[in-house]
Structure formats: C-alpha cells, structure tokens
Design a protein around this ligand. Sequence first.
Ligand code: ASP
Ligand code: MG
Length: 836
Amino acid sequence: MTEVKSHFIDKEGMGGSMRIYKFGGTSLGSAGRIKKVAAIIAGALEHDKIIIVVSAIHRVTDLLLESAAKACSGDCGYRVTLNEIDHLHHSIAGDLFSGDILDSVTVTIRSELSELNDFVHGVFLLRELSEKSLARVLSYGERLSARLVSSYLQEQHIVSFYLDAREVIVTDTNYADALVDHIASELKIKKRLASFDGVPVVTGFIAAAPDGTVTTLGRGGSDYTASIIGSAIGAREIWIWTDVDGFFSADPKRVRDARILPFITYAEAMELSHAGAKVLHPLAVQPAMKAGIPVLIKNSFNTTAEGTRIERSMPPDISRTLPVTGLSSINKVVLLNLSGSGMVGVPGIASRLFSCLALNRINIIFISQASSEQSITLAINPSQAAKAKKILEEEFFSEIAFRQIDPLVIRRNLAMIAVVGNNMSGHPGVSAQLFETLGKNGINVIAVAQGANEMNISFVIDSLHEDKALNCIHESFFLSQRKVHLFIAGTGTIARSLIGQISAHRHNLQKDNDLDVVVCGMANTGNIALDDNGIDLQHWQSALVPRKEHHDIEGYLHLIKERNLHNTIFVDCTASTKVAEIYPDLLLGNISVVTANKLGMAGHWPLYRRIKDAQRKSNARFLYETNVGAGLPIINTLHDLKNSGDKIISIEGVLSGTLSFIFNELRKGGRFSEIVRRAQQAGYTEPDPRDDLSGADFARKFLILGRELGYTLEYGDVVCESLVPPEYRGQMPVAEFLDRLSSVDEWFSAETENAAKDGMTIAYAGEIRNGKASIGVKRVPLSSPIAGLSGSENMVVFTTERYLATPLVVRGPGAGGEVTAGGVFADILRIASYLV
Ligand code: ASP
Ligand code: MG
C-alpha cells in the first residue's frame, strides 16, 4: 500500500479542495471499464482529493427490475435473470482479482447476492411487490458495484473504502422516487465525512427512510447522489463521468450535426434535463446550484474531451451569439385536455385539477391554458395516464355530468420538444423562426407553453415527427448551412444531367449560398438507391440496387415518407403518369415537388385539379417550369405577368424543337420528307418521327399554358393538326412511313411559295386566344418573331396589355438533357430558398 492520506472536512467546508467523481453504469460496464475508471481515479489523486459515487453496473438495474417483476407475476424465469446478475458480477470479479483478494471479494458479493436471491424468492412466494420491496431489490445494483470498485482501488494500492449511502442520505418513504431531506442528509454527510482515510466509494441512487428502510432516488439517481454529497461538503467541483462528451445542442443520436456545448448555466442544464436530455438527472443540478458548485460532464470513454461545464453564469470570455442553447425532447407524453364552457371565469378549477394530481403523485410535464380559459392542457408520462384520467373524472364528476366540463380527452403518441436558452429572453423572433420552420415542414403543433422567464419554449407534436422537428429546428438555429433532401424519380437523360450539375455545383452552393443539396434517393422501375446522408454523386450508378421490395412508385413514396426528413423535395425526371399521380400525396404529406414530367399538369382534368387542390392545402411547393420549353422561363414569366396584374391577350409559340427545325429548314427551300429524314438521322426526333409530327407533345404544352391562364381545358379541347396523314398512322413501320412521306412534299412546297407571295411564311405553331387553344400549320408574317427562328429553337410570344406593340418573347433551346436539368435545378433552388 502506498502512503495513506487522511482527509478532514471541517465545519467551514474543508471540502473546498475535494472533487466528487460519479461514474455511470456504462463507465463500469466490464472489468476493462472498471480498470479504466481506476486509472482515471489514480490520475486525479495525483493532484486532487476525490470522493467516488457509482451507479450500478450497466443493465443491472434493469435486470433487477425484471427479476422482481417476473417473481411477482409468478414467473420462475426470475431465477434466470438473477443468475445473469450473479454471473455478471462474478465474472467481472474474476477478471479484476486473483488469489486471496478474489476469495474475499467473492465472499462479499456472494453474501449480497444470496440476500438478493432470498428477497426475490420472497417476492415470488408472496406474488407481491410493493415500491418498498422493489427499492430494496434495486439497491443491490449499487451495493455490488461500489464493492467491486472499492476493492479494485485497494488492489491497485489506492486506499479506499465502501460507503453505503443509506448511512448518509435521508429521504421520505416514497420508495421509488424518494424526496430527500436535505437538512438531515447534510448533517449526516458532514459528520460521516468529517475525517476519513482513503477514497470513499459511495453507492449512488440509494438512500434510507428515517426508519432505515431502503429508498431510491429515481432512475438515473446516482447523479443526484453525487450532487447531494458534493453540496453537503462544499466540494470544489462535481464531475459526472458518463459515456458521452457532454451536453449537446441536441441528441446526437437523432441530430447528426448536434454539437457539444462547452458551457451551460445551471438553469439551462435543468431545463434541458427536465425536457428529456439524458445526460444528467434533472434533480442533480439543484443542490449544486444552491451551493454554487460547478458540475462537469465528462466522458470516461474519451477522457481528452473537454466536456460540458455547468455554472451559474457563462464565463466572461465566452460570448454566446445564438439565442438558443439546446433542444431536448421527451418522446412519449400523453396530453390531457380539460375543457368546457363551465370553466370560464370560474376560479378554483385549476387549483382542484393540480391538487388532485399532486395528491396522487402524478407528475405534470407541461401545462398550457389559453386566455379564453376554456381549456387546460397538461402533458404527463404515459404510464400515469390511465390513473390521471380516472382521478380527474372522479374529481370533476358533477361538472361533467352537468355538461359544464366536457368529457376528459386524452391524446397519445405525442412527443414534447423544448427549445432552451438563457439568451432567448428578450430576443424577439425566436418563436417566429421556430414555428415557421415547423410549418414549412408540415409539422403540426398541438400545444405550446412558454413561461415568462422566456428560456424554454416547449411544444407538443405527433411523435412521428419528432426526429424531423429536432433536425429542422436544430438546423435553423445552430447551423449556418441548411440542407435540402432530394429524392429523384427516374435515372434517364434528365436525371443524369441533373446529378452531374448538382455534383459540379454543390460545393459552390455550400460556400456561397450556405445550402447543401443532398440527394438521398434515386429510383427507376427496377433499381433504387437510398442514403439519408447523401448518395455519392460521383458513383451513383453503383449505389443503385435492384428493388427487392417497395416496388413501383408507391413503394418509393412509402420509403420517402418513412424517412420523414426535413426539407424534402421530390424530383420527377420520368415521363410516367403513375408518378404524376402521386403528386397530391406528396404535397399533402408536405413534401415539395419539382417535375420535368408534363403528365401531371397536362393530365386529365381530375388529376390536374387534385394536384392544384393539394398544392393549395399544403405548405410544400410544387414547381414545373420545365414542363413547357424545358429550361426557358415560360411558366415563371406567365405567372409574373398574371400576378402583377397584366392582362394576357394571347400566347403564341413554337414548343417543339423538331417541328421548329423542320419548318425552319423548309423556309430555306428543302423538301419536307427529306428534312424529316435528316432530322431523324441526326437524332432530333423521337425514334418514330410520327410522335413529333402528330403534335401531341406540343399540344400538351399549350394545354398547360391554357390551364395556367385559368381555362378549364382537357387535352381534347386543344385543336391539334397532325402532320401525319391518316393512312400512315397505326402499325406502319418507320422506314416505310419515311419512304411514303414524300407524297406530302408538294403540298408543303406550294404552301411555302404561296405564303411568300403575301410576305408571309408557314410555321407549325400554337396559339391561345379567348380561351381557345390550337396548334398546327399557320401562316405568319415574315416579320413575326416566329419566322425568324432557326435550328430547333423554341419560342413563346406573350401579347399582353403591357406588351402590346412589341410582344414579350422568350426564345431559346426548348429541349435537351442539360437545359431541362438546369431548369429542374433552378426550381429545386427556388424551393430551397423558400424552405430555409
Ligand atoms: N442504477 C440506477 C439506474 O439505472 C441509478 C443510476 O444509474 O444513476 O437508474
Ligand atoms: Mg445514469
């Protein structure tokens, strides 16, 4: 043994030179972990005096609970559970010790374990488990871990002794969650620790009622033990050693970008712990705060991490610019709603409500009452919901019977989120930002509470959206860079170009626009790739895997909804009606849509209507600029004209690159059938040129423009002249069609010549005027912008009240992977700037 140091704590609080080190269950989870803890202690002893507080070994409290519950229900399996506890401790002892020490430790733990066995057997025989008996059962966890740790310190030549907290912490007889008698406890602690030799290893979590029976401080209560002891002796600091680096701005398991908080105030730590942060027991802050003792959260698995320091106020050299410090959430709460006209202006209802819940020890997590006084909403723990309902129904029996108060309403499957920060106070805009973010992500807020200290805004939402809410709020308050999550349908030309463009430009967007465009999904009919953190855009093809389940677009939709990521945008790069049919579902699920597929906006009227209705009801956006003229700004221009009060007299235009090319060449004096053949060989047409010559795709674009102008049009209402003679439609092979097409050459040449005599030319063009849409071969003056088209250019000519003498012209390439993808990308960015 090394030199024995004696410690004395006098009445003035000589503890000022002491640190309390509390180790949680995972920090003691194995022999290896305990050795690591001993090393931490040995290191600390070189310059500090410390008192150790321990939790039970990882999982042991749960196993004890399980064995007792099984025994009480008459399930012999309780023995198996006890054996597991037995084995765990013996095997750790076997790994830590050898020889005589092992023998003596084995004797000690065997005696504790045999007591435990007898006791649980008693529970089994009686089939009765009171909170009192359960507290006793649970106490063995800490009793065993403290024995092991203290013995191991001895074995490492660190003088140490076991200290049972039942000797020093006094509570009432509320066995499961006992109330500490701080005055009595402080006296006992001071007396017991007035002078001692070596390092005390104190059992956390357990205490004793005045009659000496075992009580517990509630799950996770060892932190509280540490704080009680630390404040009683006036320790210098209380270090809580756990398995995380400290308090985070949000739960890192749920929010990937959560960051460590190096400093928080006592008040913030309390708010965050009460609202579900698992780092520290909610009650543990109080004694430390009262005594002004700093609490540190440290990671025993990562000892070099700074951890979080909790103090009364921030150190002066730390300036905090953000209004919000952290978020936490309780993922299961129940809302109780007491409402009715009989509550208005009647004093005493709230008092009765709270008193009867308090009398029955029902803990209220959240309260909200609006100024109409018509209803009071409370959130409580689901395990207490049934009891609370019964109690309240009894209490307000006569009011409910006389219909002054409505039958009590209980809502389940809810989560409560708290947004916490000292700096929120007097900082306008925090709640605006909070609720705007939630709203844009389609998260409905069911109840809200904020106290006048303004450092905690708590709200209740459907628990389905908990992760999404945490992520979007966290991003909104803590990160300079915002994310949008894309799910792309289709992997053809447009999708490929889009991926290429995103991949090339992503870095600039991050840098210049603080925006990260993350492609989380890609799918075609056979394959799918999904990654919430972003598919590697350089190698997206290899990320695609065959779809084993979740087939079709519905399967994809299901997967997207299941992920429920914030700022989600669905990008349709297909040409499928089935895909267009899910737009209403997406929008109603608050997922924005960008589409290059016209089959939605040019689909049957009922589908079009459903999309429009969904768009109106949704907070999500729907953009489809590329449905007409690919990347050319046609839909946006039309909206701008309309929304700014201009009156649109007509829209004319050429919205087929193929037909544009054919007529531009014709004007130079070529033969129609030869031009078509050339166009086909150059890949300007669909594989079957009749698909272009029929004008169907062109007509759909005019249908969309007509609908945008407010006309109720079906596809059949657009008068469409097909350039395919009726006898060449149907099954005729493409080659034969091209051979026979020369039969119309004369007609086109003659038309062109005749028109020229009148200073005109012919073009295949569309027009909307007075609610009528038509497309076909038209004569246009040579001075018309349409007559000046070349190559495969598209053009739209808006004649409006403001653009009357000189119409507004939009002209440029109206097809092609790159320009279409560019238009889709621009729509994505437009939605992104709305969302973030
Ligand atoms: N062992 C107790 C529990 O698991 C107390 C603690 O770990 O702090 O709840
Ligand atoms: Mg714990």
